[in-house]
Design a protein around this ligand. Structure first.
Ligand code: ADP
Ligand code: MG
Length: 452
């Protein structure tokens, strides 16, 4: 492993030369090399889903190029989020039939504990519910359904429950999956070739239906695909009937998950549905202080206050900004980061965002790419939801980034009237104030625009 880590360091050194300092510190530095399989596949773990998305969407080329320089052209790279349960199986030895199988990761992130979760007005009820469920699984609130915007601590709480159970109730069978993992797992069990098919489905069922605690993260991604929902429905019932604990998270309440079948929706409603709100200033400050202690950052109160005042919805962004402040201070060899560093961190962000080189075409292309729709769709006449929202977001971004007359923007979008353009711009501006979904879409697209 010694060798591998020095090779990996060489990859990082190369990347550092090709991306901005901030991108490097935010996205690449936290990467961990997990394994190098069969001398050709690099397994790399990120410390968050957003980091994984960033790497895959915007920086994969950088990563891949640097890795090829060091490891050779045939290298493959697989990127994991270390918070996901990595059922990554390490095979030792030379193609022996007797595979030595080892699960390399504890499924729960050791930083995501109840102790590290700062409780305030915005999350006190959800905290209490999660805690009760961890202390008395299957007895208190079942299912526990937690919903709230991006970066407000849902995944943290699930892991906290997992960590708690591991410490105090280690004989229980506990499983954490994202909705996507559940679906993939199920589909894989179906996809195997003929002979073993039943066996694999049985294995899948044995795995899920014999659990004591099942946690499914981000259920809003459940597909309409009836077979997966059906399987989940039966898993749910089996566990529920046996008083096994089920915990589900989502970015919105069950009634707003369009793809959710009615019978599952009503199952979810039978337990406790608890929301998690954006933290108030006091809580944000407490979260930042906690983070400083955990990460051993020295950052003074004024700087913390400055950051806490400016980012008020997404705790992940709050933490990201704190790392940036700390990083800027270390760049100038300061022992303690001050308000100056905090101000610089934000001004750097604005510069990046107001990037000169972006054109209306870039924006339209990026929005299309993000939503996986075509240019004809976005500038055309279609009125379905799948294109209307992207269209409005594209208009909004063009208005924000570029000083183009509204009439000209209207022309770009198939000769629409300028009042329509104003309407789209204002609608997204409004939604950005309240909708976490729109906030994260817009911020992802912006990152793509800057990074790409
Ligand atoms: P979500 O799953 O709701 O999108 P996460 O659980 O991934 O959000 O949280 C995002 C980040 O914010 C994580 O690093 C998490 O540790 C941190 N975080 C969220 N809420 C709190 C809190 N109350 N106290 C401390 N850290 C928090
Ligand atoms: Mg999450």
């Amino acid at each position: 492993m010694q060798d591998l880590s020095s090779l990996w360091q060489a990859v990082l050194d190369k990347i550092e030369l090709t991306v901005s300092n901030v991108s490097f510190v935010m996205w690449f530095k936290p990467l961990k090399i997990v394994d190098f399989v069969d001398n050709k596949k690099l397994i790399v773990a990120t410390n968050s889903t957003s980091a994984k998305n960033q790497i895959l969407r915007n920086y994969f080329e950088h990563l891949s190029k640097a890795a090829k320089d060091i490891f050779g052209d045939n290298i493959e790279i697989e990127v994991f989020d270390q918070n996901e349960e990595i059922e990554y199986i390490k095979v030792n030895g030379e193609k022996s039939k007797e595979k030595e199988v080892e699960i390399t990761k504890n499924p729960f992130n050791s930083k995501y504990t109840f102790d590290n979760f700062v409780v305030g007005k915005s999350n006190q009820f959800v905290y209490a519910a999660a805690r009760a469920v961890a202390e008395h699984p299957g007895e208190k609130f079942n299912p526990l359904f937690i919903y709230g915007g991006v970066g407000l601590g849902k995944t943290h709480l699930l892991h906290a429950i997992g960590n708690y159970l591991k410490d105090y109730n280690s004989n229980l069978k506990v499983k954490y999956v994202t909705c996507e993992q559940f679906a993939n797992d199920y589909i894989e069990s179906l996809g195997s070739n003929s002979n073993n098919k039943n066996k694999e489905i049985l294995e899948f069922r044995t795995k899920y239906r014999n659990l004591d605690v099942l946690m499914v993260d981000d259920i809003q991604f459940i597909s309409k695909k009836t077979s997966t929902q059906e399987e989940f429905f039966h898993t749910f019932n089996e566990l529920y009937q046996n008083n096994k604990q089920i915990i589900i998270t989502s970015d919105r309440p069950p009634k707003d998950i369009e793809t959710l079948a009615e019978r599952l929706r009503s199952r979810f409603t039978s337990g406790l549905i608890q929301d998690i709100q954006s933290p108030d200033l006091e809580t944000r400050i407490a979260i930042l202080r906690k983070k400083c202690t955990l990460e051993k950052y020295s950052i003074d109160d004024e700087a913390i206050y400055y950051v806490a005042e400016r980012i008020n919805t997404n705790i992940r962004e709050l933490e990201g900004m704190l790392s940036k402040v700390y990083f800027l201070a270390t760049l100038s060899n300061k022992q303690v980061a001050t308000k100056e560093d905090a101000m610089e961190a934000f001004s750097g962000q604005q510069e990046e965002e107001k990037n000169e080189g972006i054109s209306a075409d870039d924006i339209i292309d990026t929005v299309c790419k993000y939503f996986d729709i075509t240019r004809q769709d976005i500038v055309g006449k279609k009125k379905s939801k799948e294109v209307v929202e992207p269209r409005m977001i594209a208009v909004y971004l063009i208005c924000e980034y570029l000083e183009i007359p509204l009439i000209s923007i209207g022309k770009m979008f198939g000769g629409r009237d300028y009042t329509t353009i104003i309407h789209s711009r204002d609608k997204i501006t409004d939604e950005l104030k309240t909708s976490h979904k729109i906030q994260s879409i817009v911020s992802d697209i912006k990152k793509m625009l800057i990074g790409g």
